[in-house]
Design a protein around this ligand. Structure first.
Ligand SMILES: Nc1ncnc2c1ncn2[C@@H]1O[C@H](COP(=O)(O)OP(=O)(O)OP(=O)(O)O)[C@@H](O)[C@H]1O
Length: 355
């Protein structure tokens, strides 16, 4: 049995705004990531994905604050470490984080090798400049990146190359977990594929042990991750294998999310697109009951009281009041209804055209 490389339990983190209001962006998140596995985190904008990624690093700087819970990386609860221990022993070594738009944050006046030298100065001070160069050149070569890149300034690289370079730099210490926040957004399709290939190479070559890939593009995760969790309003509402989540979502939010995006996979090409009506709840207030209730076509009064706990059925986890049979019955009924509506619309348009 593989061991858990990352265990997150009851994690709560919040922002404190200048008006002293709290925004509960991550509100009781639990998940486990096994060694050698990849986990995707998906959800609409503002559901807490980036905050979760940042929170997993254990570093909290205003306006982000730690509330509660544990983050255990390969057996060590990093929330019990001091800031100094975190910086020296965990960051980059145990767990590495590539924030959104990281490639645009590279200091344009520094050659790529300088970024690697800075990391090595902190973590491998015994290495000479020449040794750092050799180590970096070998790593770049292994990852199909030209070592010439090391001598370049960030602005001399294309967007895709810059992103792959950032990933190569961030994983130079072979972290156990890599958290990549939207690593392919703002890239063209060819560069996206190259980034995905690089991430897979890092896993295959065991430079990283596990990957957390965050994106609002749920279908992209189908090709990258073993499992997917979907977040909504600071909570995880569903977890399953990538295949289950794309082709057989259980939670009404995942179902609606899938129905609102273009899925290029075989068998999903004909599905009709529909935006999710309404907006996510205000995260500044305590929310009672199901957070998705106000946007859910199946919500009942019972969904708006108490706390909705997660259910685990056959390894799948979803946070909903209703059992799988009931949900699937509703989905079947809703799909039939939609087909009828479309057929009627078609007949109507034919009638109008004929007239
Ligand atoms: N610095 C901040 N101060 C206060 N609230 C914030 C801050 N940053 C984010 N938030 C709020 O925290 C919540 C979660 O935001 P977060 O950026 O984590 O979502 P996300 O799912 O990553 O969205 P996106 O896909 O757009 O990056 C949102 O309600 C957001 O408005």
């Amino acid at each position: 049995m593989s061991k858990n490389i990352l265990e997150v339990k009851g994690l709560k983190t919040f922002y404190k705004t200048r008006l002293k209001e709290k925004v509960f962006a991550v509100d009781g998140v639990d998940f486990v990531l096994e060694e050698g596995k990849t986990l995707g985190i998906a959800g609409e904008s503002g559901c807490g994905k980036s905050t979760l990624a940042l929170s997993l690093m254990g570093f909290y700087f205003a306006p982000l604050h730690y509330g509660d819970g544990s983050i255990v990386v390969d057996g060590t609860d990093i929330m019990k470490l001091s800031k100094e221990q975190l910086r020296k022993q965990v960051s980059g070594r145990e767990i590495a984080y590539i924030p959104q738009a990281a490639m645009n944050a590279l200091n344009p006046t520094m050659k790529i090798i300088r970024f690697i030298e800075d990391i090595m100065k902190e973590h491998r001070p015994e290495l000479s400049k020449q040794q750092v160069w050799e180590l970096a050149a070998e790593r770049f070569q292994t990852l199909n990146l030209s070592p010439n890149v090391l001598n370049s300034y960030p602005n001399e690289l294309s967007g895709g190359m810059k992103q792959r370079t950032v990933i190569a730099i961030s994983t130079i210490l072979n972290p156990k977990v890599l958290i990549a926040d939207e690593p392919t957004s703002a890239l063209d399709v060819t560069s996206q594929k190259a980034v995905v290939k690089l991430l897979k190479d890092l896993l295959d070559k065991k430079f990283i042990k596990s990957l957390v890939f965050i994106t609002h593009e749920l279908p992209l995760l189908y090709h990258v991750t073993d499992d997917i969790v979907v977040m909504y309003a600071g909570e995880i509402v569903e977890r399953g294998t990538a295949h289950q989540m794309i082709f057989d979502p259980l939670h009404p939010y995942t179902k609606k999310l899938m129905g609102s995006i273009i899925v290029p996979e075989e068998g999903m090409k004909g599905h009709k697109l529909a935006a999710i009506p309404g907006a996510p709840p205000n995260l500044k207030k305590a929310i009672v009951g199901c957070r998705f209730a106000d946007r859910c076509s199946f919500a009942k009064d019972s969904c708006r009281t108490g706390k909705i706990e997660s259910r685990t059925v056959d390894g799948r986890i979803y946070r909903c009041h209703f059992d799988i049979r009931t949900l699937k019955e509703w989905y079947r009924h809703e799909e039939e209804q939609q087909h009828t509506d479309y057929r009627e619309t078609d007949h109507e348009s034919i009638r109008i055209r004929k007239a």
